[in-house]
Design a protein around this ligand. Structure first.
Ligand code: 13P
Ligand code: SF4
Length: 317
């Protein structure tokens, strides 16, 4: 803790000196979540990036998140402490693939998850995150076909909750969430029969969790599909003795911080995102000392991507 205190004080001092705001996603390591000025889910962090008065944004998250911040605040410098922090889900569709898909379905509206590159966003009509995907889909006229990319599990979930039939879903996935399987769920609910269940819609187990609910094997009032930010709110409110959490392990730090009376357990204790963990305390300090790691998005791509991201940020405001 003494070492943490000195590092945290130096991070905050350098951030002040640079006029920088430090943002951290809920999957970052605990030290970084705690030192950041703002910690949250991807929609929340996009909103903070769009609204901040700071000159510089230091983004502790993965590349597409820093790009999104740059798209929303092009006049600001956005620093990413390690540019190798990618995303297997964002890698599952390229702009060329999306252009081909659009050519096969003229007139369709493209909804892309924010977990995409800026080039894919530039080919998109409206972006979404896990917390607003259903609202984004509902905002599109019912008779208009939708191309939803790149996450197949989020897509299937949105299709289920909106009842939308004319939606085509790309077959991409996040390797971390796809790995949280129906057999993990069966084993964990058998071991913890009284636990509440929180599931991120990117999970490979989302459909089977909801099947368990509809068969009466999991109580509906103790089972929720939520973004990471939604999980933090649910965790703060619960009185359950135990909660099983199906998403990346970093979120457990936030959940435990908001509710010390409940035990939060991972649905799969291997669900760590190696990209998120590439942002280390030492790299954050290096970034603040040197100003290295600026993220750039070409002006044409940025202008086209901005329309799609701003359309998303406006929904639900
Ligand atoms: P949210 O924080 O929007 O729930 O996103 C999850 C995710 O996978 C980001 O990498
Ligand atoms: Fe991408 Fe999955 Fe890591 Fe999120 S957890 S950054 S979706 S690879």
């Amino acid at each position: 803790p003494a070492e943490y205190g000195a590092w945290a004080a130096e991070v905050r001092r350098l951030a002040d000196e640079r006029g920088a705001v430090v943002l951290a996603h809920n999957y970052q390591v605990p030290e970084i979540q705690d030192v950041a000025h703002f910690t949250g889910d991807s929609l929340y962090l996009s909103r903070v990036a769009a609204e901040t008065d700071a000159r510089e944004i230091v983004f502790c998250g993965v590349h597409f998140m820093a790009e999104t911040a740059k798209i929303l605040s092009p006049e600001k410098t956005v620093l990413l402490p390690d540019h190798a922090a990618g995303c297997s889900l964002a890698d599952s569709i390229t702009a060329a693939q999306l252009r081909e898909w659009k050519a096969e379905h003229p007139g369709a509206v493209v909804v892309s998850y924010v977990n995409t590159t800026a080039a894919v966003k530039a080919e998109t009509d409206i972006c979404c995150t896990s917390s607003n995907a259903a609202d984004v889909v509902r905002s599109i006229p019912a008779d208009t076909e939708i191309l939803f990319c790149p996450d197949q599990f989020l897509g299937a979930h949105v299709k289920r909750v909106t009842g939308r039939e004319n939606i085509r879903i790309w077959a991409g996935e996040c390797h971390v969430h796809a790995g949280i399987s129906p057999s993990d769920v069966r084993a964990q609910i058998a071991a913890h029969p009284d636990a509440e269940v929180l599931v991120h819609p990117e999970c490979g187990c989302t459909t089977s969790v909801l099947d368990l609910v509809s068969h009466g094997d999991l109580p509906a009032d103790r089972t929720r599909v939520l973004s990471t930010g939604g999980m933090v709110d649910a965790a703060a409110a619960t009185r359950a003795p135990q909660v099983l959490v199906a998403t990346e392990l970093g979120i457990l730090h936030q959940l435990r911080a908001v509710n010390s009376g409940t035990e939060f357990l991972p649905m799969n204790d291997q669900a760590a995102c190696r990209y998120m963990k590439m942002i280390t305390p030492a790299k954050l300090l290096h970034t603040l000392r040197t100003g290295e790691g600026a993220v750039d998005v070409g002006p044409d791509v940025a202008a086209r991507a901005r329309r799609a991201v701003e359309a998303m940020v406006a929904i639900g405001e």
